[in-house]
Design a protein around this ligand. Structure first.
Ligand code: TEU
Length: 571
């Protein structure tokens, strides 16, 4: 069984500063707003708060474009607000994790401003510059065909030097050149700066993109109609990734800091283990993307794809069993600021199912082996934006760029509707609507019209009413965290066995520690179904948790209701 560690026993709550709580009436969330909600956060039963970027930034990508790593974005507050937040969390026994965005900076960072000013700048080599290539008619074209995550070429032309710089995300987010030891030293200084200030660790943004294939070859053509192609094979998990991670990991270990790396396009556990294995001194755990890309079409994120429950089971089983056997560790999540709301996306937000479905997902996710991450609003069962919302309501550059690209390609009204329908399911704006605190105007998030509209269901779905209601989704999450604490051996450190892999309605798994066994049964279906208990689990058991709030006796055949979740402890 895995070695014990505080970060394995921790549950994490993720905060998106712009949308959490506005304290000064400017329509944008802020740090004093977060400070005013610390008791609410503590009461969910979490141990760690991860705050999305709050640094100085021109906000082209909601703060993932940092212009000063040692200062705070004016609308969010000041350095002393951050200090107060940290001490408020620590006083309550909570830890504080910041977002470290060092694959790229903002183009307004001093380093980049200097780098672009002249080829002789001492900071020129902090970024990645390449000469233009000549197209078929001798015209100037980018150094290769890589597409940026937010559309268009991943290269931006700089007239003055007649060179292009690389940006895997927006053109205002130039990629840092990690080959340059000075860049690594600067990053190490930033890490120490915040750890010395009392921060307990980091979520490392897009961190498996920092070592690129230095030949910068063209990417294979996966979408023939597209001008630029997905090049993750040339920049994700590159040749020096582990070396660079160990450089940071050494410092993180010195402080016993928390670390979770965001690592898209990294689905081979034999490779991931090299980052997270106990003896590797790299990171504690990573976010892999297999579940949250399950519904992406092979020709684009925002085109629909139907998935089967057996696929989800295969993914869960793969990571759960692999990490257990190889002494790695999983980060468990269904939501974050880049994803649609899980209840809408993976279960059902229909009024008759929504509460059960949200609690079912809490059970499904929260009792697996790994560190559990809950994203603000997920603890209330917040849902996706309504179907009536059109493109004019969206704020995310990714959604808007994507929609415009489709529009400019001359797509039919019908196709536009498919795209909009899919954006409603998966786009990043879904998770960025203001937190629903209460039933007053603007959901108690702000006293003025917030930067993004509040979802209309806030009168019914809000924190105030759930904190009053012992049967709420909020208290259900708390009960799941209580189970993780109360039965730590089983739910944190126990082994994982998938039960009935072929069933397309019920997902069930067992957690075992020595001779103690828990059985978790979750329905992903709107229909009732009969579930036959496999032979190994026919011992009598007691109910540890039930999202319908009643007791179903453990018997050979159980009728499982829509989105039901039951947890048994077997004798
Ligand atoms: O996301 C990086 C990432 O690889 C994916 O999540 C994905 O490319 C992105 O969501 C577009 O679909 C991180 C942050 O979580 C995201 O908010 C930032 O926009 C991005 O890095 C750039 O910093």
């Amino acid at each position: 069984s895995p070695k014990r560690a505080w970060w394995k026993e921790s549950n994490v709550y993720q905060i998106y500063p712009a949308s959490f709580k506005d304290s000064n009436g400017d329509g944008v969330g802020d740090i004093p707003g977060i400070i005013s909600k610390l008791d609410y956060i503590k009461n969910i039963g979490v141990d760690v708060v991860w705050l999305c970027p709050c640094y100085k930034s021109p906000q082209v990508d909601m703060g993932y474009d940092i212009s000063d790593y040692r200062d705070i974005y004016e609308k969010y507050g000041t350095m002393s607000d951050i200090d107060e937040l940290i001490s408020g969390l620590h006083k309550r026994g909570l830890k504080f994790v910041m977002d470290l965005v060092v694959n790229h900076t903002s183009d307004q960072h001093e380093w980049f401003k200097s780098a672009i000013s002249s080829k002789e700048s001492p900071y020129r080599n902090f970024y990645i510059w390449k000469k233009p290539k000549a197209g078929p008619n001798g015209e100037r074209v980018p150094p290769n065909n890589w597409v940026s995550h937010f559309g268009g070429s991943a290269w931006e032309y700089d007239e003055k030097s007649n060179e292009y710089y690389l940006h895997l995300f927006a053109k205002e987010q130039p990629d840092l050149n990690w080959e340059n030891p000075k860049v690594r030293a600067e990053v190490h200084d930033i890490i120490r700066f915040w750890l010395d200030r009392g921060v307990d660790g980091f979520r490392l943004d897009a961190i498996n993109f920092i070592s690129k294939n230095l030949d910068f070859p063209d990417a294979p053509v996966t979408i023939p109609s597209a001008k630029f192609q997905d090049a993750t094979i040339h920049y994700a998990n590159g040749p020096r990734l582990h070396e660079f991670l160990r450089g940071m990991g050494k410092i993180l270990r010195e402080y016993d800091a928390f670390s979770v790396g965001e690592m898209g396009a990294f689905n081979d556990p034999n490779e991931v283990i090299k980052v997270v294995a106990e003896d590797r001194e790299e990171l504690n755990m990573i976010f892999q993307f297999e579940i949250v890309t399950m519904d992406h079409s092979s020709v684009g994120k925002y085109l629909p794809r139907k998935w089967k429950l057996s696929e989800l089971k295969r993914i869960v089983n793969k990571w759960e069993t692999y990490m257990y056997e190889h002494h790695g560790w999983n980060a468990l999540y269904l939501e974050n600021h880049d994803q649609g709301r899980s209840v809408s996306r993976f279960a059902s937000d229909k009024p008759e199912f929504r509460m059960y479905a949200a609690k079912m997902l809490a059970t499904f996710l929260g009792l697996q082996s790994g560190t559990v991450f809950v994203y603000e609003g997920q603890e209330l069962g917040m849902a996706n934006m309504p179907k009536t919302w059109g493109i004019d309501k969206l704020k995310d550059l990714e959604s808007i760029n994507f929609y415009n690209e489709i529009l400019e390609s001359g797509a039919s009204e019908e196709i536009l509707q498919v795209v909009m329908g899919d954006l409603q399911k998966k786009c990043r704006d879904n998770s960025r609507t203001p937190m629903q605190w209460d039933s007053t105007a603007f959901a108690g998030f702000s006293t003025v019209q917030p930067w993004m509209d509040v979802i209309d269901d806030y009168k019914e779905w809000n924190a105030a009413s759930q904190v009053e209601d012992p049967f709420s989704v909020y208290y259900y999450w708390r009960s799941i965290f209580d189970l993780r604490r109360g039965y730590k051996d089983i739910f944190v450190y126990g082994s994982f066995t998938l039960v009935n892999p072929a069933d397309e309605q019920i997902l069930a798994y067992a957690r075992r520690y020595e001779d103690r066994l828990a059985l978790v049964i979750t329905s992903f279906s709107e229909k009732e179904s009969l579930w036959t208990l496999p032979e190994d689990y026919t011992k009598p058991g007691k109910v540890l948790s039930s999202n319908y709030g009643d007791v179903q006796i453990l018997k050979p055949v159980i009728t499982i209701r829509p989105f039901e979740a039951i947890v048994y402890l077997l004798d």
